[in-house]
Every structure is written in structure tokens, then in C-alpha cells.
Design a binder for this molecule. Structure first.
Ligand code: 0A1
Ligand code: ZN
Length: 878
């Protein structure tokens, strides 16, 4: 917590560090309340720094540390040569190079922020990105200071596993019987990639032979009770290592790669060099306990962290404004990996859904920022969908504009040029240009300009000239601190469909898709030799992260749903149709008029459901209505009740109209196969469970009996959780309570399943009532200091339970304010994230807006806020 108003840090103020640290030798003497940290730094004046004038003082970041001693070249430094401040230590040394030794004491047990060194279920672990290392020892805690680390860990024999980055070079026992291990990481790295783990852990081991024939040991550590849940992550790791060699030519570089699962973690996982630390929920899985979605998430996150070894660790960020350099690129890499391992079309749909629901909302909210932000108060607040997902879209557009081979040349040059360096987004783009003689001058605006561009498309067919003209107008709305946006360079992938549903050939090479380079505010593209008036399939594969408007008629959307060969656009047509129906019904609801069944949508979905040639996962996606959050993102003066009512009405109309088809499809897919988390089976289960949910929505006893039988069979968690969700949403209350209870009885020992159980209730339109959520928070399995539990219960309610959170009396908002205030005292990062729904108050109609704003004001008035929460709340109230 700060004493004064937090400072804003600006990209334009960046300066190279005054001093470099060539070597960092650390010794940890572990103790829950008094861990002794000794650091020995080989300090050297940075030759690239301004050399005029006297030697500048040396600044070391440090937060919540007890300073014990400071010595330079073996001599204790007199007190007048250093001054301790709330956020660091300023030293006057007057030497160009010297050895600095600092001793500090820290209390991991009292560290609930989960940054720095902390305890999770009795095991020590660290989280240093972005600025957690300064909670361990005094250090220039910035990514452009890269150092070779050795780490010695001393701990009681009750902590037999002692890990850090790199290779183990020594181990033994001290005179008093404690264990002592030393690790050396030969690759220079910034402090944010440092890691330490100590505990009574078990591990599984495997090996991977790299393309050049080096044998790498792979180890995955967990608490003993979880050792049976490691196989999927290990397989995912081996697949990732192979893929990165094949697709990017990137080999692993150490002799050992370790993963550790911890229960208390603020994010998904962390790419520490050679020692990745994972949130248990993002690495542990077994068929009985984890859903298909969890299996896929684990595969993606294991890959993401592994890929960071090159895009992040070997080549890192100069400063935190460049965060998307490593995150945007790595998300793009992991998305392509997942697309190669599973269904490419479905992966794209999932990613775009996230972007449209959450990133577009961020772009339109008070924390809106470009992919490369210009300023921040607290960097932890910028691990955002914009930096990650929109950043990945920006890289994807480069891939589209240049083509796969050219992109690979660019990435090879980038890694070769900058290996071992801390660089900028500009360096990435420059490598892409230089490797290919390309010009991305205009394209760079994507990094500096925020907001979601809107494209308006109009077309004209000239029968006489056999020409088709597409006119595209682009416009990006103002965002906080940015007005008068400039046009962006973006690829627009287009096909033209003829009356028979086939794509027309677009040039001599008979290709059916063209990538238009949009660069101007308004631009017209002409297609020659077009023999009939075509129907355009626009922005195929979502080739740019924009909102595209074109006046499709319902018939045209039905046509695209039937014929478009781009599975993304095929799905998108179904979503456009659903949006139209839902918006019309919201208007009817608000006007107190009658709600009419959405005939066109019913017709389209009926055909889709009959089509057994289509990937069942795609069918399931087409049958899934846009979420309330996505509908809210579209609207102004949001009326939450209208959104909920319209959505329930459409859902029930579909359920009723297609009931017999749902049953037929459910039955044909309900084959008792042994569980495997492979794309084909996942696709079948997703459609089967979508059918089940619609069947139960009718409330029919037969349908509920199907769900009950699926629940009782306990074949795998995907089917069990889907059945339970349907039962609690649509079944009689007393039975649902029984099922919830029996589920808990069976799984109460399993942390991940208990999180699922919390989430199912908190996110349910029926069960996640405020009273129920409060009860869950006093359940013995709930832990306010565990982010996963908070996300399941508080987040499940405030972020995934639109209907209950937006109850008209405003109590949902008050509840969230209360939780945010309490959380901020324990874990500022989580407080600043979970407050998000309150920050979007301006989008709602007057009544809700006033209620939400006043809840946010209450947070603001509650006393001194952490820097994390202060930044988010103050920007939202501005
Ligand atoms: N670099 C990690 C994300 C991460 C960021 C911050 C953390 O602690 C506050 C933890 C993880 C990734 O992209 O996976
Ligand atoms: Zn990452």
C-alpha cells in the first residue's frame, strides 16, 4: 500500500540502466517468518549509459524487505553511503565496477500477495514477473538488466526438493543437518525470470531428444496427492517441444526442463527459465476430474510457457511497455500449436469469442490502452486481453500480410539478431521487414493506437463490366487519451460466393480467396471477371481484429451458414443471425411488446443440426448463443434484464422447436467410448452436451432423466459436469441439491474438482443467487487467500452470472465492492482484476449505471487502496 498517490510511468521516459549486473549469486536460508537472503552482485557501469558528469548513484528496487547489511568489495558500507526508501535503496559507490553484497530478511508466510517468495500449502515458491523480485532482495528489477544467476538454497530436511533455474551443480547437507543445493543458470536473464521452489514434492520424469540429438530431462513436480494427474501435461510438453522445432526451428537449450504445480497462483503459469511454475488448475488433469476444456487449456498453457523459452527468455523485453513483444507473439504461437493439434476452425472461433466478448469491452472501457501502452501506474494491471490477445492478432496479421514462409524468415532473423537481448516491439517488426524487404510502416500503428476499428462495407455489382466493387470504410472510436485515430493497415480476406454456393475464382490462378490490403480510411477494391452478382464472405478467419458491418439479409446469412467453406465465417453467419434476433427481442421486451420466435435462426440451426457432415464441434458452436457479456459489449445504455430475457426466450424457442432433432443427435452421439482428450471425441462430447442442455431447457422429465443417467454413470468429468450443470439449471431444486451434495461428497478431497463445483453454483442463473454465493464463501473448502477459489465463487458470480449479478436491487454490485475492498488488503492483483465489472458502469442505462458507479465509489472511499486497485478505480471514476 502506498502513502502517496501512485506515480504514472511513461514509455517516453525510458532510459538505459546506469549499471549492469554481470553475475548474481543468491543464497536462501529458508524459514517461514525469517528467510535470510544473501545476494552477491558483480556490478559494472553500463557503457551505453550517459558517461558525462560524475558516476551516478546505484538504484536498487526493494519492497517489504528488512535490510540487514550492505558491503562493497568486502567492506561494510557506512550508513551515510546508502539511503533506504520505501521502494528501494540508493547507494553511492564511486567505482565503475565492484562487488555488492546485501543481506535481507523476508517473511514468506505473511506474503499473501503471491508476488515474490511465498508459501502455498506449505511449499515455498516464487512469482517474480513483473516486479516481484524486488520483494526478495534489493536489485535493479527491470527486464533490461540481464545477469547470470547461481542460487543456493538451504532448508530443513522436511523440504527434500529444492529447485531453481538452470542446472543443479551441487548438493549436500550442512553441519546442522539441513539440505543445501546449488543451481546455476548459464543463460543471462532478467530478474523476472528467477524462480525458486522448495517442498516435499513428488515428480514424474520423461525425456525429449532435440533435433540436434541432445537428451533433455523433463520433470513435473506436484504435491504427492496429485502425482496421478501429470500425464497430460507431460505429453503436451513433448508435443510443444517437437512443434517448436518443426514450425519455428527452435530447440531447447538446457539439460533439464522442470514444471511445478502450485495451488496458490495469481495467473495461469509462469515461464521462469528452466523452471516453469503453474497454477495447479492449468497443469493437473485426469479424465475423472478434468473436463475437455481443462485438458485443452492445459495443452495450450504448457505450450505457451514452453514457447516463451525463445519468445520471452532468449529474447526478452527491454521494458514493460514492450510486454506484447513476448506475450502477443507467444499467444500467436500457442494458438497455432493448438490449431495444429486440434480443430483449427474451432480454435479460431474460441479465440475470437474471447476477443469479442472481453477484449473489445476492454478497448471500450476506462482502462483502454494500445497493444504497447504509453503509460501505467501498476504494470500488473497491463497483463490484459489487449496486450495478450489483441497483441496476438497483430502478429497474426503480419503472418497474413507476409505469408507463412516470409513470416518464418522474419522470425528466424528476429531470434538470430536479438538472441540474449532485451528488445522492443519495433525490433520485431523491423526484423519482419528486413528479412523480406517488406514495408510495415503504416502497420506499426496497431502497436500505438488503441480502440477497436469499425469497418463499414458496401458493394456494387456491375453486370455489364462483369465487375464487383467492395468499398470499405474504417473508423476507430476515441479511447481515453487518444482521439482522431488514423487508418490502419490490415488484411481483409475475402471470397465471393456464386448462386450455387461455390466460391468464384478470383484471378487467373483460380484462387478462391483474396487478401485485400486495407490501408486507407476509405478504399474501393475491384474484382474483375465476375459473371454473376456474388455474395461476399468477408474477413474470413477473422483476418483482422475489427467489428465488420455489412447489411446481410437473413437469407444471405442462412446461405453462408450452409455454404461458406471458411468455418469461422460459417459460424459467424449463425452468430449474426442470432444477434439480430436477440437485439430485436430486447427491443420488444423493453417496449413491453410480444416476443416472436426467431424463425430464420430456427431454420438455420435446424439445418445445421441435421448436417452430419459438419464437424460436430462446429455444430455445437453454431448452436451456442452469444453470451450476455457479448451482447452487452454490443449495446449502449445496456438493459441487463432485457438481455437476459431475450436470451432465455431464444434459448427456449430453439429448445422447443428442435427438441426431436436434439434427441436424435444426442442419442447418436452418446456412445460409451473410453475417454480420450482427442479432437474428434471432444467434438462429439461438445455437441452431445449442447444437445443435452437444450433438451433439459424444455424442462421435460425425459430429458432430465437423460441428464441424471449421464451424471450417475460418472464416465468422465466432461459428461458429469455438463449433466450436473443442466440439472441445476433446469431440474427440480430438491434433486439438484442432492446431486450437488453427492458430487461434493465424492470429490471433496480434490482441489480442482471443488473449484469446478464452486464455479457451477456461483455461475448458475438459479443457484448463484447472492445468498448462495455468501454461503459458499463460508464453506470450509473456500479460501479467501486462494485466487482460484475467489475466481470460482466471486468471479463466477460477478463475471459469469450476468442474470444474478445484475439483479435490479443492486445488491450484486454492493457485494462485489465489499469483496474487492477485503481482497485488496490480501492480494492487490486479484482485487484489481475482479473489480472489472464495476468499472464498465458507463455502458449501462441510467438506473444500473448509478448503482454500479456508487458501488465503485464505495471502493474508492474505503481507505487507502493498493496501487493496483487505485489505478483501475480512479480511471473508471474519472
Ligand atoms: N508471463 C506469464 C504471465 C504471468 C504474469 C504475471 C504473473 O504474476 C503476476 C504470473 C504470470 C505468461 O504469459 O504466461
Ligand atoms: Zn505469456
Amino acid at each position: 500500500m502506498q502513502d502517496t498517490q501512485p506515480q504514472t510511468i511513461f514509455l517516453k521516459d525510458y532510459q538505459v540502466p546506469d549499471y549492469l549486473i554481470d553475475r548474481t549469486d543468491l543464497t536462501f536460508d529458508l524459514d517461514p517468518q525469517a528467510t535470510l537472503v544473501k545476494s552477491r552482485l558483480q556490478v559494472r557501469r553500463n557503457p551505453a549509459a550517459d558517461a558525462s558528469g560524475d558516476l551516478p548513484p546505484l538504484w536498487l528496487d526493494g519492497v517489504d524487505l528488512e535490510l540487514l547489511s550492505v558491503a562493497v568489495d568486502g567492506e561494510l558500507l557506512p550508513a551515510q553511503r546508502y539511503s533506504e526508501q520505501t521502494d528501494g535503496l540508493l547507494l553511492t559507490v564511486d567505482k565503475e565496477s565492484f562487488v555488492l553484497e546485501v543481506q535481507t530478511r523476508i517473511a514468506p508466510e505473511s506474503n499473501t500477495s503471491l508476488e515474490g517468495l511465498y508459501l502455498s500449502n506449505g511449499m515455498y515458491c516464487t512469482q517474480c514477473e513483473a516486479e516481484g523480485f524486488r520483494k526478495i532482495t534489493f536489485y535493479p528489477d527491470r527486464p533490461d538488466v540481464m545477469s547470470v544467476f547461481t542460487t543456493t538454497i538451504v532448508a530443513p530436511a522436511t523440504y527434500p526438493v529444492l529447485l531453481s533455474n538452470g542446472n543443479k551443480i551441487d548438493s549436500g547437507t550442512t553441519e546442522d543437518g539441513r539440505l543445501c543445493v546449488t543451481w546455476e543458470d548459464p543463460f543471462a536473464k532478467p530478474s523476472y525470470l528467477f524462480a525458486l521452489v522448495a517442498g516435499d514434492l513428488q515428480f514424474v520424469e520423461d525425456h525429449f531428444t532435440t533435433s540436434s540429438g541432445r537428451k533433455v530431462t523433463l520433470q513435473l513436480f506436484t504435491e504427492p496427492k496429485n502425482i496421478g494427474k501429470t500425464a497430460h501435461a507431460m505429453e503436451s510438453l513433448k508435443k510443444s517441444m517437437k512443434w517448436d522445432e518443426e514450425v519455428y526451428g527452435r530447440e531447447y537449450d538446457l539439460d533439464i526442463f522442470m514444471i511445478v504445480a502450485v495451488d496458490h497462483f495469481n495467473m495461469g503459469a509462469m515461464e521462469n527459465k528452466g523452471l516453469n511454475i503453474f497454477n495447479s488448475a492449468c497443469v493437473l488433469a485426469s479424465p475423472e476430474t478434468a473436463t475437455d476444456a481443462a485438458f485443452q487449456r492445459i495443452e495450450a498453457i504448457v505450450a505457451h510457457e514452453y514457447f516463451h523459452n525463445w519468445s520471452g527468455n532468449r529474447v526478452t523485453c527491454r521494458d514493460w511497455f514492450q510486454l506484447s513483444l513476448k506475450e502477443g507473439f507467444t499467444v500467436f504461437r500457442d494458438a497455432e500449436f493448438s490449431a495444429d493439434m486440434n480443430s483449427r476452425g474451432v480454435k479460431r472461433i474460441e479465440d475470437v469469442t474471447l476477443l469479442r466478448t472481453a477484449q473489445f469491452a476492454e478497448d471500450a472501457g476506462p482502462m483502454s490502452h494500445p497493444v504497447r501502452p504509453d503509460s501505467y501506474m501498476e504494470i500488473s494491471n497491463f497483463y490484459t486481453l489487449t496486450v495478450y490477445e489483441k497483441g496476438a492478432e497483430v502478429v497474426r496479421m503480419i503472418h497474413r500480410l507476409l505469408g507463412a514462409e516470409a513470416f518464418r524468415r522474419g522470425s528466424d532473423l528476429y531470434f538470430e539478431r536479438h538472441d540474449g537481448c532485451a528488445v522492443t516491439c519495433e525490433d520485431f517488426v523491423a526484423a519482419m521487414e528486413d528479412a523480406n524487404g517488406a514495408d510495415l510502416t503504416l502497420f506499426r500503428r496497431w502497436y500505438s493506437q488503441g480502440g477497436t476499428p469499425v469497418l463499414d462495407v458496401e458493394d456494387k455489382y456491375d453486370a455489364e463490366a462483369q465487375e464487383y466493387h467492395l468499398t470499405i470504410r474504417q473508423h476507430t472510436p476515441d479511447t481515453p487519451g487518444q482521439t482522431d485515430k488514423q487508418p490502419l493497415h490490415m488484411p481483409i480476406a475475402v471470397s465471393l460466393l456464386g448462386a450455387d454456393g461455390r466460391e468464384l475464382s478470383l484471378d487467373q490462378e483460380a484462387s478462391i480467396e483474396r487478401v485485400l490490403h486495407l490501408t486507407e480510411a476509405t478504399q474501393t477494391f475491384t474484382f474483375a471477371d465476375i459473371p454473376e452478382r456474388p455474395l461476399p464472405s468477408l474477413l474470413r478467419g477473422f483476418s483482422a481484429p475489427v467489428k465488420l458491418r455489412y447489411r446481410y439479409t437473413s437469407d444471405q446469412l442462412l446461405f453462408l451458414m450452409q455454404y461458406d467453406t471458411d468455418s469461422f465465417n460459417r459460424w459467424d453467419a449463425s452468430q449474426r443471425l442470432a444477434f439480430e434476433a436477440l437485439e430485436q427481442l430486447q427491443r420488444a421486451y423493453r417496449a413491453g411488446g410480444e416476443m416472436q420466435a426467431p424463425e430464420a435462426l430456427l431454420q438455420g440451426l435446424s439445418a445445421v443440426l441435421e448436417n452430419t457432415q459438419l464437424d460436430p464441434a462446429l455444430v455445437a458452436k453454431m448452436l451456442t448463443l452469444p453470451s450476455p457479456q457479448e451482447l452487452a459489449e454490443h449495446g449502449d445504455a445496456i438493459d441487463a434484464q432485457a438481455i437476459v430475457a431475450a436470451r432465455v426466450f431464444v434459448r427456449d424457442s430453439i429448445a422447443k422447436a428442435l427438441a426431436s432433432r436434439f434427441l436424435k443427435r444426442y442419442q447418436s452421439l452418446d456412445q460409451r467410448k473410453p475417454y480420450q482428450p482427442v479432437a474428434e471425441d471432444i467434438a462429439e462430447r461438445s455437441l452431445k452436451n449442447t444437445c443435452l442442455s437444450y433438451l433439459c431447457a424444455t424442462g421435460s422429465a425425459d430429458a432430465l432423466a437423460l441428464a441424471e443417467s449421464q451424471f450417475m454413470r460418472k464416465e468422465n468429468m466432461t459428461d458429469v459436469a455438463a449433466a450436473l450443470a443442466a440439472l441445476i439449471e433446469f431440474g427440480p431444486a430438491d434433486q439438484a441439491e442432492e446431486h450437488l451434495e453427492s458430487f461434493y461428497q465424492q470429490w471433496q478431497q480434490d482441489t480442482q474438482v471443488v473449484e469446478t463445483w464452486f464455479g457451477l453454483q456461483a455461475g448458475s442463473a438459479n443457484y448463484g443467487t447472492l445468498g448462495r454465493v455468501r454461503e459458499l464463501m463460508s464453506h470450509p473448502a473456500f479460501e479467501f487467500t486462494n485466487p482460484n477459489k475467489v475466481r470460482a465463487v466471486v468471479g463466477g458470480f460477478a463475471m459469469r452470472n450476468f442474470a444474478q449479478f445484475h439483479q435490479e436491487d443492486g445488491t450484486g454490485y454492493e457485494f462485489l465492492a465489499e469483496q474487492v475492498i477485503a481482497l485488496d488488503k490480501l492480494n492487490p492483483q486479484i482485487a484489481a482484476r475482479i473489480v472489472t465489472p464495476l468499472t464498465r458502469w458507463r455502458k449501462y442505462r441510467t438506473l444500473e449505471a448509478e448503482q454500479i458507479r456508487s458501488a465503485l465509489q464505495r471502493v474508492s472511499d474505503s481507505g487507502e487502496l493498493s496501487r493496483d486497485l487505485y489505478e483501475v478505480v480512479s480511471k473508471a471514476l474519472e
